[in-house]
Design a protein around this ligand. Structure first.
Ligand SMILES: Cc1ncc(C[n+]2csc(CCOP(=O)(O)OP(=O)(O)O)c2C)c(N)n1
Ligand SMILES: [Mg+2]
Length: 683
């Protein structure tokens, strides 16, 4: 890093960024000006001086990653993207928070070029960044382990700006604690310690010594007090950023003290400036203090724009330099280069050749089947890595041939910086956010497991995975009251439909081991977020299961031998039960079509002719059978139908007793079917 120089043009550029934040919010009449004003110097230093990035190639593999965890301050990011030349224009800033604009209220991944992750739910970005930093180490060690420090094309840094709210949220604490254990020296969080949140002074609710807490996590911390006049101390902040990058044995927290809305004469230091337009008079008065014309809005001088756009040349030069080392690496490591090419193209080997098959007539829990599947694929798919929130033995998420993902400095046996078994600790929410971050960083197909009931603890991350379309796989075992004796605290009930309620998210609950293999292969093929819901208890391996049917989300697993009078729809462990019920009913002369429906979302993508063949519209007698809440099944069974479901909490007893008590018997399913048939006949 060259000697720190701060020119008049830098000063003007930062003033311009502050003014743009005021103008954009003032124009639309709502938004968050204060933080963007105070964060302008920090973001400017990052984009203009510290981050290695190339605006001409926003997806350049060698780039540093930037996460604005406090997504409400989106103008902080949009202004720097505009300055750097990522394609955002002044008109885009003028369209802030309006329909169809590239500058929505919070940064959205995949919507605005240069946005690395969707942020807004506070704390989540910190967890994403920890995932990105873990991913960086994983690929660096996997593809180029012998390179000297900071010489590999796979060396890059992850930068975060986080607010009080980010660090008050538990998810950031979970993720930061793990980042300390993982000694992620490639991660820097700049904490905007402005002592303001929406209700006022953060001391209303948040008085701890944050730096001390982070040191206890094992982080390196640097304190940067603001200047006496309230401005950010740019010189010391710049030095702190340099120091943070150089500190490679632990993540760094820079506690940057700032005054929200600085230098606005009345709004500065107030919580009001967090989320409301400052008002025309205050904006004008602030522009005067910034040395700008109070009567001009959205003003960016040519000199300032030329000055800030020069970052593209520096980016191109850094990229070229990187390309030299990348080319040398490709020549030296042709096998690794071929792997990288496959990964970059999102290609998979032919999974059908790799997947295990399970013999009909045997019985195995689908969680155990998943373990077999993942271990069969693992040697061929280095992009497959992950772990569990301390339930690896239960979730069957461990790759047995692999080491634990831990830094070389760890005193744990088998610690491996490129290990493929991640010990997330008992931190479900962070696990979700970290998996999303690993997926966002590229190349990986990460997964993480816990009990289905604890999907609630990570729901925020699951929702963000769905919103972003990251290829995050969530492995949720112990999928119903069928887990038995642990009782109602551990037995999921409403979770299946709660998860199915998340748009663009696939919930997959296979009926047996072969459906499990097919389901995971389909999840990988689709390259999108999904939850795989697996049983604790052993389930019979069904001769009738069809991989192709699984990929379509639902299929006829048993055709009726008599003309169809009733359709039974089941998922997971309830499919076997439904097949037994079908035998009883057919013996009474009914025609029973049994549908295995592992994934309603995939089923809905199928053409109507296919869906109608599986659920014939003319057959109004229908029963849905699933050991979870009945909520969404009414849509499938209609007004003549019945649902065999669990609409109350479970209990601590053995699974068979519980299933019997709650009506999960072939007899009861047959009885409900008979009632539905009678009802349909009456209409
Ligand atoms: C998980 C979550 N809870 C609540 C909110 C609503 N919210 C947005 S900003 C904010 C707090 C603002 O305080 P701080 O994080 O210190 O940001 P600053 O005002 O300093 O910019 C809250 C509660 C949110 N975005 N995410
Ligand atoms: Mg704050």
């Amino acid at each position: 890093m060259p000697e720190f120089t701060w020119t008049q043009l830098d000063e003007q550029a930062v003033a311009t960024a502050r003014a743009l934040a005021m103008d954009a919010v003032q124009k639309v009449g709502n938004g968050h000006p204060g933080t963007a004003m105070a964060l302008a110097p920090a973001a400017y230093l990052l984009f203009q001086r510290h981050m290695r990035h190339d605006p001409n190639d926003p997806k350049w593999m060698g780039r540093d990653r930037f996460v604005l965890s406090c997504g409400h301050s989106s103008l902080t990011l949009y202004t720097q993207l505009y300055f750097s030349g990522y394609g955002l224009s002044l008109d885009d800033l003028k369209a802030f928070r309006t329909q169809g604009s590239l500058t929505p209220g919070h940064p959205e991944y995949g919507h605005t070029t240069g946005v690395e992750t969707t942020t807004g739910p506070l704390g989540a970005g910190v967890a994403n960044a920890v995932g990105m930093a873990m991913s960086q180490r994983y690929w660096r060690q996997t593809l180029d382990s012998s390179a000297a420090p900071d010489t590999s094309p796979f060396d890059h840094h992850v930068w975060v700006i986080a607010s009080d709210g980010d660090l008050e949220e538990g998810v950031s604490a979970e993720a930061s604690s793990l980042a300390g254990t993982q000694a992620l020296g490639n991660l820097t969080v700049i904490y905007d310690a402005n002592r303001i949140s929406i209700e006022g002074d953060t001391h209303l609710a948040f008085t701890e010594d944050v730096a001390l807490r982070y040191r206890a996590y094992g982080w390196h911390t640097i304190d940067v007090p603001h200047l006496p006049d309230g401005n950010v101390d740019i010189t010391n902040l710049d030095a702190a950023m340099t120091q943070a990058r150089a500190h490679t044995t632990a993540p760094t927290l820079i506690v940057m003290h700032s005054v929200i809305a600085w230098p606005a004469p009345h709004a500065r230091g107030t919580s009001k400036s967090h989320g409301s337009a400052l008002g025309a008079d205050e904006v004008a008065a602030t522009k005067v203090l910034l040395g700008m014309d109070p009567d001009v809005t959205f003003h960016v001088s040519t000199q300032v724009l030329d000055h800030v756009r020069a970052v593209r040349n520096r980016g191109a030069a850094a990229h070229q330099q990187w390309l030299d080392s990348y080319t040398r690496w490709r020549e030296a490591c042709p096998d690794a280069a071929a792997l990288l090419d496959r990964l970059s193209a999102d290609d998979l080997p032919n999974l059908q050749d790799l997947l295990p098959t399970f013999d009909a007539g045997t019985a195995i829990a689908t969680r155990a089947a998943f373990g077999v599947v993942v271990n069969a694929l693992a040697p061929h798919l280095p992009e497959l890595w992950g772990g569990s929130s301390d339930l690896a033995e239960s979730n069957n998420t461990s790759i047995h041939s692999a080491n634990s993902f831990l830094p070389a400095s760890s005193d744990m046996p088998g610690a491996d910086p490129a290990g493929r078994v991640v010990h997330f600790g008992i931190r479900e929410h962070a696990m979700g956010g970290i998996i999303n971050g690993i997926a966002l960083d590229g190349l990986s197909r990460p997964f993480g497991g816990t009990f289905l009931v604890f999907s609630d603890y990570m729901r925020g991350a699951v929702r963000l995975a769905a919103l972003m379309g990251t290829r995050s796989s969530f492995i949720w075992t112990h999928d119903s009251i069928g887990l038995g004796e642990d009782g109602p605290t551990h037995q999921p009930v409403e979770h299946l439909w709660a998860l199915r309620g998340i748009p663009r998210f696939s919930v997959v609950r296979p009926a047996d081991a072969n459906e499990t293999a097919a389901a995971f292969a389909e999840i990988l093929r689709r390259n999108l977020p999904a939850g795989l819901i697996l049983s604790r208890q052993a389930l019979p391996v069904l001769a009738q299961a069809q991989a192709e049917g699984v990929a379509r989300g639902g299929y006829v697993i048993r055709a009726a031998t008599n003309p169809v009078t009733v359709v039974i729809i089941a998922t997971g462990s309830e499919v076997t039960l439904s097949l037994d019920a079908a035998e009883l009913l057919e013996a009474q002369g009914e025609g029973v079509q049994v549908v295995s429906m592992p994934c309603v979302e995939w089923f809905h993508e199928q053409p109507v002719t296919y869906r109608d063949s599986v659920l014939p519209p003319t057959v109004r007698a229908r029963v849905a059978v699933e050991a979870g809440g009945s909520l969404g099944w009414w849509r499938y069974v209609g007004d003549c139908g019945a649902v065999v479901a669990v609409d109350d909490f479970g209990a601590s007893t053995d699974a068979n007793t519980l299933f019997g008590q709650r009506g999960f018997t072939a007899d009861n399913v047959a009885e409900q079917a008979a009632k539905s048939i009678a009802k349909a006949r009456r209409i």
